[in-house]
Ligand binder design. Sequence first.
Ligand SMILES: N=CN[C@@H](CCC(=O)O)C(=O)O
Ligand SMILES: [Zn+2]
Length: 418
Amino acid sequence: MSKPIWIKHAAQLATLASEGKGPRSKEAMSELGLIEDGSMWIEEGMIKAVGTTNEFEERYADRVNEAEVVDATDHLVTPGLVDPHTHVVYGGSREREFEMRLEGASYMDIMNAGGGIHATTRMTREALEEELIEQTTLRLDSFLAHGVTTVEGKSGYGMNLETELKQLRVMKKLQEQHAIDLVPTFMGAHAVPAEYKGREDEFVDQLINEMLPVVAEEKLAEFNDVFCEKGVFTPEQTERILDAGKRFGLIPKIHADEIESYGGAELAAKIGSISAEHLLKASDAGIKAMAKAGTIACLLPATALYLREEAAAGRKMIDEGVAVAISTDCNPGSSPTTSMPLVMNLACISMRLTPAEALTAATYNAACAIKREEKVGSLEVGKQADIVLWNVKNYQELQYLFGVNHVKAVWKKGVKVV
Ligand SMILES: N=CN[C@@H](CCC(=O)O)C(=O)O
Ligand SMILES: [Zn+2]
């Protein structure tokens, strides 16, 4: 049995204590449950107590010798960050497209010419399972180094049964092998594969009748996501796919209104999608509908920056009552990054979230977007000891000193991994 850990004298402990209340919106996004000169007691991978160091000196006076003591003087301590939207399992890379976009080509031009998602699909179909495991492990290591302890991952670079299953099985294996918790999403509807060009509805039928049943039968995914975008899947096709997924117990998510305003936010609200992703071009009516339905907005400011597009209206969404989460969108085309700290910085700079809101969006609300709020996303008794010790004194400094990785140490389920 490992020693208990006592993290003491934290300059600031941002607990995000939420008492299971569910996604935070409006003012609740600013409530970080701060404790100054904070302490935490960790045992068997779980958080056993959270409070001030003063309280702990008395409470644990007779156990201090058995514990490993971590002095967090002058350091901020937060929950492990949660990334609720990634495409982390893929083959190959697309640096040439980066150059092409700088030369003037658009994301959709490249995709329609057989590049983009189609290029990664070809490379992922060709890759051996072991190669995908090796490449994805490096990305997950990098996530951990940036303070991220839980990552959602999507399939969607197969778009045939064989490769979709290969991606999902890679995630299952990595969930067993890697310290990070991986949450799997089926995204067979990421694009219409080249071999189905002009026969889009046939592909939707295949997805519903042949892929979804196997994914569900093998319990390889918890969520079902669709790229609802002009020229990809229509709102009607999206609804059919997500409805079918629901019948197999898969929870809907939608890539909505990324490139054009297409009714994606409205659809997410209408069908009870847990979240809608991107939302760069979401309409005002869509934002209002999401607030009313309690749909979480999963915003991806690094993607907007990388595509040189204006970021989503994060400030407005919060003011309208939408619960906002943020994510890297880690993928080989529109956001090849694993840095959630950078994403928090960008959430402030390009979407005008406050530093406190950005931290909530990257922890508790992110956990809610992947239904992990009972285990991670806040520092509360009974939760997993997923904890980050930062080289800054407070949460404002974390967002202010931007573009730098301030991680000093990371514990995953009570084990020091960084
Ligand atoms: N927009 C759709 N899917 C991904 C990008 C995938 C890719 O370009 O490979 C996204 O969320 O940004
Ligand atoms: Zn995505």
